[in-house]
Design a protein around this ligand. Structure first.
Ligand code: CA
Ligand code: CA
Ligand code: CA
Length: 490
């Protein structure tokens, strides 16, 4: 009977050993790749965007105030492009100092490994587009203007359409006294092919385009109004027509910072004040304006989402939450939601005692979830942080996990058709000098990696029951065996 007990024990170890949660093969894989990567200089470093590379790793285009010339405002600075290997090392680190400090909001990866970066100068007087070759050499840096006097201008998002580069943004047209949304199509050399303005019409007074996703020939564009709710529109890039346009939400507190499209669903992420305060919002709509589902993630503080990515089955989102704003400021929020119905799979809150956030998120083919944003260093001069989580929300630096659970609520904002007007503008690029140099920084990690962690998990149905059942049966068998074995051992 003693032998039988030991056989059962060994069986238990083997069965638990091959279950996905503690697979030795996966644990080994984790140890050879990064769980988190942090780097930065002695001042603010703001990473708004990252581009996953086909063979693994990323290119990160950040705005830095640590290097280059002095900044003008809160968020502007020089461009800092880093190439990160799949193991989490910096393979390239280049600083580009533009003639005026600028903010770099978004990037797109071209097939030759170069990136296009868009933004605006810190005073919002010039829109900016740059292309950086794979080896770090600048191909061009130019200002774009719509050919009319403007009060404020910027490019906030960029994506590819065939061989062309599509950049979107906004400007305030002083001849019309209106904020105009802007779609500029360029070739890869930075020559403008077309430039279109979109007047969203009433009730929009000062809307801001913030995000672009190109699906087929449709540029799906989302943003918000300072005094009006969020919006989403589909612009056909070959027909130059508006396919659809909606006001989303019913108050100025409804804002959308991220958009993507999967399986005909338009996914928008941002913030709403529908239930009071500010809560992180995710909605899925059809292009006919039908709401598929909507989900809120809520703490007592302000919660916002910026990044959205899908893998066909799930939606991954990133931003910040404020479960304890007085103690920890913003904390990074990463969540995984089922595409079909918006059911929350898990969310994680990760942060330091200073402000932390994640503007972009991405999932690789193995299901690993990456989020890039700012880490509030002890002296509060933010550094770039890239977090890596496993598909079940585990694998994250130990002291950063906030032991807090956000509440969820359904979200059903009104979706109302609007009728934008297309306007013609002549956009001329003005080449600018861009000096560049190699810079070296130390990368660091925040603590030894922790396998598993304390995930705040709302599991999807069926994913835990088999493990629970297996473990339960084994414990009963083991206990029963011990009881039967006991008289013989005495
Ligand atoms: Ca809240
Ligand atoms: Ca924090
Ligand atoms: Ca820093």
């Amino acid at each position: 009977m003693k032998i039988y007990t030991h056989v059962l024990l060994i069986m238990l170890i083997i069965i638990l050993g091959i279950s996905p949660a503690v697979s030795p093969a996966r644990a080994a894989l984790y140890q050879t790749t990064f769980q988190d990567l942090v780097y930065g200089g002695d001042s603010y470093d703001y990473p708004w965007t990252m581009e996953p590379l086909p063979g693994g790793g990323f290119i990160v285009a950040a705005t830095t105030q640590s290097f280059g010339q002095p900044h003008l405002q809160r968020y502007d600075g020089s461009l800092w492009v880093t190439r990160i290997t799949p193991e989490g090392r910096l393979a390239l680190s280049m600083l580009y100092t533009p003639p005026k400090p600028a903010i770099f909001y978004d990037s797109a990866l071209l097939p030759d490994g170069s990136i296009v970066v868009v933004g605006s100068t810190g005073d919002y007087r010039e829109a900016v587009v740059a292309r950086i070759a794979a080896n770090g050499t600048p191909v061009y840096y130019e200002y774009l203007s719509p050919g009319v006097p403007v009060y404020s201008i910027g490019l906030t998002s960029v994506d590819l359409h065939g061989n062309n580069i599509v950049a979107v943004g906004f400007f305030y047209d002083l001849s019309r006294y209106k904020a105009i949304q802007w779609i500029v199509v360029l070739d890869r050399n930075g020559t403008v092919i077309s430039s279109v303005g979109i007047d969203l019409g009433a009730p929009y007074y000062y809307p801001i385009t913030f995000s672009l996703h190109i699906e087929g020939d449709t540029a799906v564009i989302a943003g918000y109004g300072y005094t009006n709710p969020g919006f989403v529109l589909g612009y056909n890039l070959t027909g130059n027509t508006i396919e659809y346009a909606y006001k989303v939400g019913d108050s100025r507190g409804d804002k959308y910072y991220g958009v993507t499209v999967e399986d005909g669903q338009i996914i928008l992420v941002g913030v709403t004040d529908d239930l009071g305060g500010e809560d992180a919002a995710i909605i899925s709509i059809q292009d006919n304006g039908t709401l598929n589902w909507g989900l809120l993630l809520r703490s007592n503080g302000t919660d916002r989402l910026f990044g959205v990515h899908t893998d066909g089955e799930h939606v991954y989102v990133s931003g910040w939450a404020q479960p304890e704003p007085d103690r920890y400021g913003n904390d990074t929020l990463v969540a995984k939601v089922r595409l079909a119905d918006g059911r929350l799979a898990w969310h994680r809150i990760i942060g330091s005692v200073n402000d932390d956030w994640a503007y972009r998120t991405y999932v690789d083919q193995a299901g690993n979830v990456y989020a890039i944003g700012g880490y509030g260093t002890p002296d509060a001069w933010d550094d770039v942080i890239i977090l890596r989580l496993s598909s079940d929300g585990g694998m994250i630096s130990c002291p950063l996990i906030r032991n807090t659970t956000l509440t969820t609520a359904p979200y059903t904002p009104p979706i109302t058709p609007i009728t934008p007007t297309i306007l013609a503008y002549t956009t001329t690029p003005t080449p600018q000098p861009l000096s560049y140099t190699n810079i070296t920084v130390e990368t660091y990690r925040l603590c030894p990696p922790l396998v598993g962690g304390t995930a705040h998990t709302t599991q999807e149905p069926g994913t835990t029951s088999i493990y629970t059942l297996t473990a339960g049966i084994l414990i009963i068998l083991y206990t029963a065996t011990l009881r039967r074995a006991k008289p013989q051992t005495e």
